[in-house]
Design a protein around this ligand. Structure first.
Ligand SMILES: Cc1cc2nc3c(=O)[nH]c(=O)nc-3n(C[C@H](O)[C@H](O)[C@H](O)COP(=O)(O)O)c2cc1C
Length: 321
Protein backbone atom coordinates (compact mmCIF):
# COMPACT_ATOMS: atom_id res chain seq x y z
CA UNK A 1 0.00 0.00 0.00
CA UNK A 2 1.79 3.18 -1.12
CA UNK A 3 2.21 5.87 1.51
CA UNK A 4 -0.16 8.78 0.98
CA UNK A 5 2.79 11.04 1.65
CA UNK A 6 4.65 9.86 -1.45
CA UNK A 7 5.04 12.75 -3.89
CA UNK A 8 3.95 10.55 -6.79
CA UNK A 9 0.91 9.17 -4.97
CA UNK A 10 -0.18 5.83 -6.36
CA UNK A 11 1.19 6.36 -9.85
CA UNK A 12 3.22 3.35 -11.04
CA UNK A 13 6.88 3.76 -11.97
CA UNK A 14 7.47 7.46 -11.27
CA UNK A 15 10.19 9.15 -13.31
CA UNK A 16 12.04 11.94 -11.50
CA UNK A 17 14.51 14.58 -12.50
CA UNK A 18 17.62 14.27 -10.30
CA UNK A 19 18.83 17.11 -8.10
CA UNK A 20 21.90 18.61 -9.75
CA UNK A 21 23.80 21.51 -8.26
CA UNK A 22 24.33 24.27 -10.81
CA UNK A 23 21.74 22.76 -13.16
CA UNK A 24 18.33 22.08 -11.67
CA UNK A 25 17.55 25.67 -10.71
CA UNK A 26 13.97 26.92 -11.07
CA UNK A 27 14.59 27.94 -14.68
CA UNK A 28 15.57 24.46 -15.81
CA UNK A 29 12.84 22.92 -13.66
CA UNK A 30 10.31 25.16 -15.36
CA UNK A 31 11.47 24.05 -18.83
CA UNK A 32 11.23 20.37 -17.86
CA UNK A 33 7.99 20.87 -15.95
CA UNK A 34 6.21 22.58 -18.81
CA UNK A 35 7.50 20.31 -21.57
CA UNK A 36 8.26 16.72 -20.54
CA UNK A 37 6.65 16.85 -17.07
CA UNK A 38 8.71 14.59 -14.80
CA UNK A 39 6.52 13.04 -12.09
CA UNK A 40 8.67 14.61 -9.36
CA UNK A 41 11.15 17.49 -9.42
CA UNK A 42 14.02 18.07 -6.97
CA UNK A 43 15.84 21.27 -6.06
CA UNK A 44 19.60 21.55 -6.07
CA UNK A 45 20.79 20.94 -2.52
CA UNK A 46 20.01 23.66 -0.03
CA UNK A 47 23.17 24.24 1.91
CA UNK A 48 22.74 24.78 5.63
CA UNK A 49 24.83 27.70 6.95
CA UNK A 50 25.17 27.09 10.68
CA UNK A 51 27.57 29.96 11.28
CA UNK A 52 25.55 32.54 9.42
CA UNK A 53 22.62 34.58 10.79
CA UNK A 54 20.55 33.24 7.92
CA UNK A 55 20.74 29.49 8.17
CA UNK A 56 19.16 29.25 4.71
CA UNK A 57 19.85 32.04 2.22
CA UNK A 58 16.98 34.10 0.78
CA UNK A 59 17.97 32.81 -2.67
CA UNK A 60 17.60 29.21 -1.47
CA UNK A 61 14.18 29.99 -0.02
CA UNK A 62 13.07 31.26 -3.42
CA UNK A 63 14.41 28.10 -5.09
CA UNK A 64 12.73 25.87 -2.52
CA UNK A 65 9.32 27.46 -2.92
CA UNK A 66 9.15 27.91 -6.70
CA UNK A 67 7.07 25.05 -8.00
CA UNK A 68 5.78 24.03 -11.40
CA UNK A 69 1.99 23.73 -11.06
CA UNK A 70 0.92 20.13 -10.69
CA UNK A 71 4.38 18.64 -10.12
CA UNK A 72 5.54 17.90 -6.56
CA UNK A 73 8.82 19.59 -5.63
CA UNK A 74 11.17 17.80 -3.27
CA UNK A 75 13.62 20.12 -1.51
CA UNK A 76 16.99 18.57 -0.86
CA UNK A 77 18.96 19.53 2.24
CA UNK A 78 22.55 18.75 3.04
CA UNK A 79 24.07 19.04 6.49
CA UNK A 80 24.15 17.10 9.74
CA UNK A 81 21.97 17.55 12.82
CA UNK A 82 24.68 19.38 14.76
CA UNK A 83 25.16 21.67 11.79
CA UNK A 84 21.59 22.91 11.92
CA UNK A 85 19.86 20.74 9.34
CA UNK A 86 16.79 20.45 11.59
CA UNK A 87 16.52 24.21 12.10
CA UNK A 88 17.01 24.83 8.38
CA UNK A 89 14.32 22.29 7.52
CA UNK A 90 11.96 23.90 10.00
CA UNK A 91 12.42 27.27 8.34
CA UNK A 92 11.76 25.73 4.91
CA UNK A 93 8.58 24.11 6.18
CA UNK A 94 7.42 27.40 7.70
CA UNK A 95 7.54 28.78 4.16
CA UNK A 96 5.37 26.02 2.78
CA UNK A 97 7.83 23.29 1.75
CA UNK A 98 6.26 19.83 2.05
CA UNK A 99 8.73 17.24 0.79
CA UNK A 100 12.28 16.96 2.14
CA UNK A 101 15.14 14.83 0.87
CA UNK A 102 18.41 14.39 2.75
CA UNK A 103 21.57 14.19 0.68
CA UNK A 104 23.81 11.31 1.75
CA UNK A 105 25.73 11.12 -1.45
CA UNK A 106 27.57 14.30 -2.23
CA UNK A 107 31.19 13.37 -2.98
CA UNK A 108 32.61 16.88 -3.11
CA UNK A 109 34.91 18.92 -0.84
CA UNK A 110 33.57 20.39 2.37
CA UNK A 111 30.46 18.26 2.29
CA UNK A 112 32.36 15.06 2.89
CA UNK A 113 34.88 16.46 5.38
CA UNK A 114 32.07 16.93 7.90
CA UNK A 115 29.26 14.53 8.64
CA UNK A 116 27.12 15.67 5.76
CA UNK A 117 26.48 14.46 2.23
CA UNK A 118 28.40 11.24 1.60
CA UNK A 119 30.30 11.94 4.85
CA UNK A 120 27.33 10.69 6.87
CA UNK A 121 28.59 7.16 6.25
CA UNK A 122 31.45 8.01 8.61
CA UNK A 123 28.99 8.29 11.50
CA UNK A 124 26.09 5.95 10.71
CA UNK A 125 24.92 6.18 14.34
CA UNK A 126 23.94 9.85 13.75
CA UNK A 127 21.67 9.02 10.82
CA UNK A 128 18.67 7.57 12.61
CA UNK A 129 18.32 10.25 15.32
CA UNK A 130 18.57 12.98 12.70
CA UNK A 131 15.99 11.37 10.44
CA UNK A 132 13.67 10.77 13.40
CA UNK A 133 13.78 14.47 14.28
CA UNK A 134 13.10 15.38 10.68
CA UNK A 135 10.24 12.87 10.51
CA UNK A 136 8.57 14.73 13.38
CA UNK A 137 8.50 18.01 11.48
CA UNK A 138 8.24 17.16 7.77
CA UNK A 139 4.58 17.27 6.69
CA UNK A 140 5.01 15.51 3.35
CA UNK A 141 7.47 12.84 2.32
CA UNK A 142 10.86 12.44 3.97
CA UNK A 143 13.39 10.67 1.80
CA UNK A 144 17.12 10.05 1.52
CA UNK A 145 19.28 10.12 -1.58
CA UNK A 146 22.36 8.05 -1.06
CA UNK A 147 25.38 6.56 -2.68
CA UNK A 148 26.35 3.00 -1.79
CA UNK A 149 29.10 3.94 0.68
CA UNK A 150 32.30 5.94 1.04
CA UNK A 151 34.88 3.42 -0.17
CA UNK A 152 32.95 0.18 0.19
CA UNK A 153 29.64 -0.39 -1.54
CA UNK A 154 28.47 -2.73 1.22
CA UNK A 155 28.35 0.22 3.67
CA UNK A 156 24.82 0.96 2.50
CA UNK A 157 23.63 -2.11 4.37
CA UNK A 158 24.84 -0.65 7.68
CA UNK A 159 22.49 2.34 7.33
CA UNK A 160 19.46 0.70 5.65
CA UNK A 161 17.92 -0.34 9.00
CA UNK A 162 18.25 3.26 10.27
CA UNK A 163 16.30 4.57 7.27
CA UNK A 164 13.49 2.14 7.93
CA UNK A 165 13.47 2.64 11.71
CA UNK A 166 13.30 6.41 11.30
CA UNK A 167 10.24 6.07 9.08
CA UNK A 168 11.41 7.66 5.85
CA UNK A 169 9.05 7.25 2.89
CA UNK A 170 11.41 6.36 0.08
CA UNK A 171 15.05 5.95 -0.80
CA UNK A 172 16.91 7.09 -3.91
CA UNK A 173 20.03 5.04 -4.62
CA UNK A 174 22.92 6.01 -6.86
CA UNK A 175 24.94 2.81 -6.67
CA UNK A 176 28.43 4.23 -6.77
CA UNK A 177 30.66 4.89 -3.78
CA UNK A 178 31.58 8.42 -2.76
CA UNK A 179 35.22 7.71 -3.64
CA UNK A 180 34.23 6.57 -7.10
CA UNK A 181 32.77 10.02 -7.84
CA UNK A 182 31.51 9.47 -11.42
CA UNK A 183 34.03 6.85 -12.50
CA UNK A 184 32.98 3.43 -13.72
CA UNK A 185 29.32 2.55 -13.93
CA UNK A 186 26.51 2.45 -11.40
CA UNK A 187 26.21 -1.05 -9.96
CA UNK A 188 22.57 -1.91 -10.46
CA UNK A 189 23.12 -5.46 -9.17
CA UNK A 190 23.68 -3.72 -5.86
CA UNK A 191 20.53 -1.63 -6.42
CA UNK A 192 18.66 -4.89 -6.88
CA UNK A 193 20.03 -6.21 -3.58
CA UNK A 194 18.99 -3.02 -1.80
CA UNK A 195 15.48 -3.29 -3.26
CA UNK A 196 15.30 -6.90 -2.10
CA UNK A 197 16.56 -6.18 1.40
CA UNK A 198 14.53 -3.03 2.07
CA UNK A 199 10.85 -2.53 2.77
CA UNK A 200 11.06 1.01 1.40
CA UNK A 201 10.17 2.08 -2.14
CA UNK A 202 13.56 2.40 -3.86
CA UNK A 203 14.19 4.75 -6.77
CA UNK A 204 17.10 3.63 -8.96
CA UNK A 205 19.50 6.25 -10.24
CA UNK A 206 22.69 6.24 -12.27
CA UNK A 207 23.68 6.00 -15.93
CA UNK A 208 20.16 5.79 -17.37
CA UNK A 209 20.47 7.56 -20.70
CA UNK A 210 18.30 5.54 -23.08
CA UNK A 211 14.94 3.78 -23.11
CA UNK A 212 16.84 0.49 -23.15
CA UNK A 213 18.79 1.46 -20.02
CA UNK A 214 15.54 2.35 -18.28
CA UNK A 215 13.91 -0.95 -19.18
CA UNK A 216 17.00 -2.95 -18.19
CA UNK A 217 17.40 -1.20 -14.83
CA UNK A 218 13.72 -1.61 -13.98
CA UNK A 219 13.76 -5.31 -14.86
CA UNK A 220 17.09 -5.92 -13.17
CA UNK A 221 16.38 -4.06 -9.92
CA UNK A 222 12.57 -4.19 -9.51
CA UNK A 223 12.86 -0.61 -8.29
CA UNK A 224 9.69 1.42 -7.74
CA UNK A 225 10.78 4.15 -10.13
CA UNK A 226 13.71 5.86 -11.80
CA UNK A 227 15.62 9.08 -11.31
CA UNK A 228 17.25 10.61 -14.38
CA UNK A 229 20.19 13.01 -14.14
CA UNK A 230 22.77 13.75 -16.80
CA UNK A 231 20.95 11.75 -19.45
CA UNK A 232 17.86 13.92 -19.07
CA UNK A 233 19.82 17.16 -19.02
CA UNK A 234 21.29 16.10 -22.36
CA UNK A 235 17.96 14.92 -23.71
CA UNK A 236 14.83 16.07 -21.83
CA UNK A 237 12.66 13.97 -24.12
CA UNK A 238 14.17 10.94 -22.41
CA UNK A 239 11.18 11.25 -20.08
CA UNK A 240 8.84 10.89 -23.07
CA UNK A 241 10.93 8.18 -24.69
CA UNK A 242 10.85 6.03 -21.54
CA UNK A 243 7.10 6.53 -21.25
CA UNK A 244 6.75 5.49 -24.87
CA UNK A 245 5.32 8.85 -25.99
CA UNK A 246 8.35 9.79 -28.12
CA UNK A 247 10.53 7.75 -30.44
CA UNK A 248 14.15 6.91 -29.62
CA UNK A 249 16.63 9.77 -29.76
CA UNK A 250 17.13 10.85 -33.37
CA UNK A 251 20.46 11.79 -34.92
CA UNK A 252 21.60 14.54 -37.29
CA UNK A 253 19.31 17.47 -38.07
CA UNK A 254 16.33 16.15 -36.14
CA UNK A 255 18.41 15.83 -32.96
CA UNK A 256 19.88 19.29 -33.49
CA UNK A 257 16.41 20.79 -33.88
CA UNK A 258 15.26 19.19 -30.63
CA UNK A 259 18.36 20.38 -28.79
CA UNK A 260 18.08 23.91 -30.18
CA UNK A 261 14.40 24.17 -29.20
CA UNK A 262 15.22 23.01 -25.67
CA UNK A 263 18.20 25.36 -25.32
CA UNK A 264 16.16 28.30 -26.61
CA UNK A 265 13.55 27.74 -23.91
CA UNK A 266 16.31 27.49 -21.35
CA UNK A 267 17.96 30.65 -22.64
CA UNK A 268 14.70 32.57 -22.17
CA UNK A 269 14.41 31.32 -18.59
CA UNK A 270 18.05 32.13 -17.85
CA UNK A 271 17.73 35.66 -19.23
CA UNK A 272 15.05 36.27 -16.61
CA UNK A 273 16.99 34.54 -13.83
CA UNK A 274 20.63 35.53 -14.28
CA UNK A 275 22.49 38.76 -14.93
CA UNK A 276 24.56 39.70 -17.97
CA UNK A 277 25.80 37.81 -21.02
CA UNK A 278 28.65 36.07 -19.21
CA UNK A 279 26.58 34.55 -16.43
CA UNK A 280 23.62 33.66 -18.63
CA UNK A 281 25.81 31.93 -21.20
CA UNK A 282 27.95 30.19 -18.57
CA UNK A 283 24.79 28.67 -17.10
CA UNK A 284 23.55 27.60 -20.52
CA UNK A 285 26.91 26.14 -21.50
CA UNK A 286 27.03 24.07 -18.32
CA UNK A 287 24.11 22.15 -19.84
CA UNK A 288 26.02 21.47 -23.09
CA UNK A 289 28.78 19.48 -21.40
CA UNK A 290 26.29 16.72 -20.76
CA UNK A 291 25.38 16.38 -24.45
CA UNK A 292 27.70 13.72 -25.79
CA UNK A 293 26.23 12.95 -29.24
CA UNK A 294 29.22 12.67 -31.60
CA UNK A 295 27.30 14.10 -34.53
CA UNK A 296 26.49 17.32 -32.61
CA UNK A 297 30.03 17.95 -31.32
CA UNK A 298 31.01 20.46 -34.01
CA UNK A 299 27.79 22.43 -33.70
CA UNK A 300 28.11 22.51 -29.90
CA UNK A 301 31.70 23.70 -30.18
CA UNK A 302 30.50 26.60 -32.34
CA UNK A 303 27.80 27.45 -29.77
CA UNK A 304 30.37 27.43 -26.96
CA UNK A 305 32.25 30.21 -28.77
CA UNK A 306 29.26 32.55 -28.56
CA UNK A 307 30.02 35.46 -26.23
CA UNK A 308 26.69 37.31 -26.43
CA UNK A 309 23.17 36.21 -25.64
CA UNK A 310 21.91 37.76 -28.90
CA UNK A 311 24.40 35.72 -30.95
CA UNK A 312 23.51 32.54 -29.06
CA UNK A 313 19.81 33.17 -29.63
CA UNK A 314 20.33 33.64 -33.37
CA UNK A 315 22.42 30.48 -33.66
CA UNK A 316 19.80 28.46 -31.77
CA UNK A 317 16.92 29.94 -33.77
CA UNK A 318 18.69 29.00 -37.00
CA UNK A 319 19.05 25.40 -35.81
CA UNK A 320 15.58 25.10 -34.33
CA UNK A 321 13.84 25.77 -37.65
C1 LIG B 1 26.56 18.61 -12.08
C2 LIG B 1 25.95 17.67 -11.08
C3 LIG B 1 25.44 18.16 -9.89
C4 LIG B 1 24.87 17.29 -8.95
N1 LIG B 1 24.32 17.81 -7.81
C5 LIG B 1 23.67 16.97 -6.96
C6 LIG B 1 22.95 17.49 -5.84
O1 LIG B 1 22.85 18.72 -5.62
N2 LIG B 1 22.34 16.60 -5.01
C7 LIG B 1 22.38 15.24 -5.24
O2 LIG B 1 21.82 14.46 -4.47
N3 LIG B 1 23.02 14.75 -6.30
C8 LIG B 1 23.64 15.57 -7.16
N4 LIG B 1 24.23 15.05 -8.28
C9 LIG B 1 24.12 13.59 -8.54
C10 LIG B 1 22.90 13.30 -9.41
O3 LIG B 1 21.69 13.64 -8.75
C11 LIG B 1 22.84 11.80 -9.78
O4 LIG B 1 22.76 11.05 -8.59
C12 LIG B 1 24.07 11.35 -10.56
O5 LIG B 1 24.41 12.28 -11.57
C13 LIG B 1 23.85 9.96 -11.18
O6 LIG B 1 22.73 9.97 -12.04
P1 LIG B 1 22.88 10.12 -13.65
O7 LIG B 1 23.84 9.07 -14.10
O8 LIG B 1 21.48 9.91 -14.16
O9 LIG B 1 23.42 11.50 -13.90
C14 LIG B 1 24.83 15.91 -9.21
C15 LIG B 1 25.34 15.41 -10.41
C16 LIG B 1 25.90 16.27 -11.34
C17 LIG B 1 26.42 15.70 -12.64
Amino acid sequence: MPSERLPWGSQPCPLMLAPMQGLTNRGLRSVFGTTVRPDVLFTEFVRVRPKSKKIVTPADFVEATTEVPGIPLVVQVIGSADEGVIEATRSLIERGVRHINVNMGCPWGRMTSVLAGGGMFRAPETVEPMLRELREIVPGSLSVKTRSGIDDERQIFTVLPAFEAAGIDFLVVHSRTVEQKYRGVANHDLTREIVARSSLPVIANGDITTTQDARRVLEQTRATGLMLGRGAVADPKLFHRIRGTAADRPTGTARREQLATYLLRLLTEYEALFQGDTQILMKLKSVFVHVTDDDQARWLRSLKKQKKVAGMRRALEDAAR
